[in-house]
Write a protein that binds this ligand. Structure first.
Ligand SMILES: Cc1cc2nc3c(=O)[nH]c(=O)nc-3n(C[C@H](O)[C@H](O)[C@H](O)COP(=O)(O)O)c2cc1C
Length: 372
């Protein structure tokens, strides 16, 4: 939704039918995301390989999982990414996921808060996350097209520590009721950056990003980016299933998460990157961190586990991921997330072809020396 459209909606108030449509869409997104993540087999992470080293010289108890994102310390480099809010089912999901996030020390984002900005009756479906995460890190979420004052209301609504601005334009294009005018978003992001009370994170929703975009966002003053690449939840597929004709030309669109991180290599000193999109195992997480991410986000895989086994299953899965991440770090001899970023990695397959075509120096990643 562009800024102008958004403002019209807020000025005129949303009709009951628009609010109903939004609620139905949210319920569909949850059902279809679970269905998609159930059947999806794509795995771009197999292109990224660590180099085994037989002398790790590390004691597991010395491994430190803390990381830094825009001046906050996170106790683990993992967060639950933006998914939902605005309907009763979303409140239940947010409550359960926030309880798991609190238990394991994860940061957690709420889903797009547009619904609560338009209708105060649903504020509690988002605020429940802050109520549970009294001392934890919580991320607000709105579209990059939402005017600054509305974006800051979203931050205040949940006393957020960060503000995520999502860019989801292929999704809008596939959505029958989606927006078609994407002008003015960059200027809007700059306005938000100038006055935001909290660090701003610009994020995709599963189509990934490119070096051209990083250059543009860096020039605009963006300091933190969640690449959210292709390989996990696929909003082109989800939105096409909501259409009568089930048509979409975007189901194979965009950059995978590993490729989005390869595209980011030149910007590692000027931007802090977060990685999400198709993260399913601790090995994926370690690879994303080795490619330079400060933390790794999961959405669809967590939702799928929640629908299969409830809160306990999500908690067990996250416990296993953190345990396995330590195991991978131990095998590599990486004592910290910073150490992981120095480990040699070999880029193969489609990701290698892409890097070659785009002039990305993967030899440097393969030959770098452990611990810098
Ligand atoms: C049901 C569902 C709803 C989502 N809603 C939002 C949203 O409101 N705002 C947003 O920025 N991203 C949203 N996302 C995208 C995720 O935050 C994430 O970027 C994307 O799903 C890729 O991660 P994954 O492969 O782990 O699912 C949603 C994802 C799912 C599964």
């Amino acid at each position: 939704m562009t800024r102008d459209n958004y403002q019209n909606e807020v000025n005129e108030g949303q009709s009951d039918s628009e609010l109903r449509l939004r609620k139905t869409r949210k319920a569909h997104h949850i059902d279809l995301a679970v269905q998609y993540n159930e059947q999806s087999q794509t795995d771009a992470w197999k292109d990224i390989r660590f180099v085994h080293h037989s002398l790790p010289e590390l004691n597991e108890q010395d491994i430190d999982l803390t990381t830094r994102v825009a001046d906050h310390t996170w106790s683990v480099p993992l967060y639950i990414n933006a998914m939902t809010g605005g309907i009763d089912e979303a409140k239940v999901i947010n409550q359960n996921l926030a309880e798991v996030a609190r238990k394991h020390g994860l940061a957690i984002a709420v889903g797009s808060q547009s619904a609560a900005l338009a209708d105060t009756k649903v504020v509690d479906t988002y605020r429940i996350v802050r109520e549970i995460m009294q001392d934890g890190l919580v991320l607000a979420n709105v579209s990059g097209a939402v005017p600054a004052n509305e974006a800051f209301r979203a931050v205040e609504m949940i006393q957020a520590d960060y503000l995520q601005l999502h860019l989801n334009f292929p999704q809008e294009i596939v959505m029958p009721e989606g927006d078609r005018n994407f002008k003015g978003v960059r200027a809007n992001i700059i306005e938000i950056l100038n006055d935001s009370p909290v660090p701003v994170i610009v994020k995709e929703v599963g189509f990934g990003m490119s070096m051209e975009l990083y250059a543009e966002l860096a020039a605009a003053g963006v300091k933190v980016i969640d690449v959210s690449g292709r390989g996990g939840t696929n909003f082109a597929w989800i939105e096409s299933r909501r259409r009568k004709d089930q048509r979409s030309v975007f189901e194979d669109w965009g950059q995978t998460t590993p490729i989005s991180l390869l595209e980011a290599q030149r910007f590692m000193n000027s931007i802090e990157f977060l990685a999400s999109g198709g993260i399913r195992t601790a090995l994926d997480m370690a690879k994303a961190l080795a490619l330079g991410a400060h933390a790794v986000g999961v959405a669809g895989a967590v939702l799928r586990v929640f629908y299969k086994g409830g809160k306990q299953a999500v908690s067990d899965t996250i416990g296993t991921w953190l345990h396995d991440l330590r195991s991978v770090m131990l095998a590599l001899g990486a004592q910290s997330v910073d150490d992981l970023r120095t480990m040699p990695i070999v880029v193969t397959g489609d990701s290698q072809d892409w890097a070659g075509a785009r002039g990305i120096n993967i030899e440097m990643l393969a030959s770098r020396s452990r611990h810098g």
